[in-house]
Design a protein around this ligand. Structure first.
Ligand SMILES: [Zn+2]
Ligand SMILES: [Zn+2]
Length: 282
């Protein structure tokens, strides 16, 4: 078992080829005194790429855990491994708004079945895509809305299999890619490159996850003393202010220990707006 005081001075490996350690280092070092290292020779793309060249076969949380376990073999001496996995797409409820969901997991070397996870869902995402007609030049408006050139772009030619020009970070690189892609004489698509080191907005969210993970790894289970006691699930059912019926607002939090499964339910105070009540506002 790892206890919160065990992190100090030890190495925590980050399973990444995309510079994520840069976003995670500061909070983890400050809170835990742990050193971050990046294993060499790690091919996380084997578990799926976000451009879909290699399909992901599992949901993001499980992919992140698999990535961390893969990295354990390449990081001897590390107390544990961190890995993250994201999904990007239109918000399933709001439709047109981009939604960035990301999980960061910590898998201890001594107990690879244990997964300590923190997650976030945010609308602050630099995620854009648009089809391009054969001789169309992308408009300045689109490039601006995609955060280009601070955020890199990917050009995709819909050949079979598709061809990609990735990490485009200048107008010259984009124009050169467009010139080559047009030779394929197939529909083209321009999209944001979501890899962490090419997407500063994603790096900001990773830093937030780093803070959450640091706090969680510093938190001891009240029963066994293991590191990582914390929020596991938000439970709905905050009572309606008018009729006291359970609503779809968050009413309590389930905190658990990744080592012994000890669980504590924290009930939130307050009452829900009757606008969210299935009885007052059916
Ligand atoms: Zn415990
Ligand atoms: Zn009500």
């Amino acid at each position: 078992m790892i206890r919160p005081q065990d992190w100090c001075g030890r190495c925590l490996a980050v399973a990444t080829r995309h510079g994520k350690a840069r976003a995670l280092r500061a909070p983890l070092r400050r809170v835990l005194g742990v050193r971050l290292c990046t294993p060499r020779d790690l091919d996380t793309d084997a578990l799926g790429t976000f451009t879909g060249e290699i399909a992901r076969t599992q949901p993001p949380l499980r992919t992140a855990a698999a990535k961390a376990r893969l990295a354990l073999t390449t990081a001897p001496g590390a107390l544990a491994v961190l890995a993250s996995e994201a999904s990007f797409g239109p918000d399933p409820v709001l439709g047109y708004v981009p939604l960035h969901q990301e999980w960061l997991v910590c898998v201890p070397a001594s107990a690879p079945q244990v997964v300590i996870a923190v997650g976030l869902a945010t609308h602050t995402a630099q995620f854009a895509h648009r089809p391009l007609a054969e001789d169309e030049t992308p408009s300045e408006d689109f490039l601006h809305s995609a955060g280009f050139p601070a955020h890199a772009l990917i050009l995709r030619a819909q050949t079979d299999p598709p061809r990609f020009w990735k990490a485009l970070r200048s107008r010259a690189a984009l124009d050169a890619a467009l010139a080559q892609a047009r030779n394929c004489a197939v529909p083209l698509r321009l999209e944001t490159d979501m890899r962490a080191h090419l997407n500063p907005t994603r790096m900001v969210q990773l830093a937030r996850l780093g803070v959450r993970m640091a706090q969680r790894l510093a938190s001891a289970c009240p029963r066994c003393g293991g590191a990582g006691f914390g929020l596991e699930e938000l439970l709905l059912g905050l009572p309606c202010a008018v009729c006291d019926a359970p609503t779809a607002q968050v009413g309590s939090e389930r905190h658990t220990c990744p080592w012994c499964a000890h669980t504590v339910i924290h009930t939130r105070t307050g009452q829900a707006d009757p606008a969210h009540c299935p009885i007052c506002n059916p």
